[in-house]
Design a protein. Sequence first.
Length: 368
Amino acid sequence: MSNNSQKMKIGIIGCGNISRAYFGGARNTDVLEIKSCADLQMEVAQQCAEQFGCQAVTVNQLLSDPEIELVVNLTIPRAHVEVGLQVLEARKHVYSEKPFAIDLESAKQLRQKGATTGLRVGCAPDTFLGAGIQTARQQMDAGKIGLAVAGTAFMCGHGHESWHPNPAFYYDVGGGPMLDMGPYYVTALINILGPVKRVAGVTTKAFEERIATSEAVRGLRIPVKTTTHLAGNIEFTNGAIITMIMSFDVWRHSLPCIEIYGTEGSMQVPDPNGFGGSVRVSQNRSDWEDVPLAFPTNARMIGVIDMVRAIRNNRPHRVSGDVAYHALEVMLAFDRSSQTGTHVEIANQVERPAPFPVGLAEWRVDDG
């Protein structure tokens, strides 16, 4: 293992749309270097390599490279665990895009493999490390609205087929609004409020088939194999109850992203699928007041940076597989509750990730 001051060389598997954000973020830090990238389509990997100055290689070549210590897994959701296990077998740390997995059994395999090998397992989203959610966490911890009692979390839209070049997997098993967008919301709420006790949900889908209107696949008929409207209540171990709707079946709405209601006031939390945004607090019956953001905005890749520094300094990483597993269990509980007609108790419990300290520079974590 390299010494504490040396850049960690990492690889990226999966060079789709989201990879550009990771490649771009890597340019803002001196703690890591993207050495290689791989994709099932070599020409796609070559395009990324040329644009961002790394090597295009096969997956096997990347995994067999002894210089690469950590792999960022940006494959499609149903491949996250399979590729993650391959990375751990190759004796490398792994950081995956969300969701952690599409079912609990395979998610357990990935966690257990990390534990038995002594390697780190991390998972997006890292948006909760941005200025917006970190400031909301700070306000909550400081008691600005008292103890959390209730809240709302809404993500409503009409899906991806009107704009995405490859929308089919959003409606396949492992897709849908909960596993696509739910990780941002559930992870942000875990960061602010702590772990979840139980879930009650009702789920459905409005359409059996979607027709793509995006230019790349216009006219493609997409079978819908997952629920696309999920509603329910999340009870946290601290007693707070959050009412949530995640939907791909809504044309227009005016609902807030997240609001939290406490014993002494209310707080508006910005869109958790972003790093900045506006935090607003109302104490008792006062008007909403904007809270100055107390942390750097950052962007995608800050979670990988934190993981690299955690590995180098032998501390827990904030974007942990344990938190991601807990979030996955919560998200999958909506369909399970709807199917059984009962509350679903959340078996796996976690601690909240450590907050960032105030005063950090952009793209920095607390230990470098």
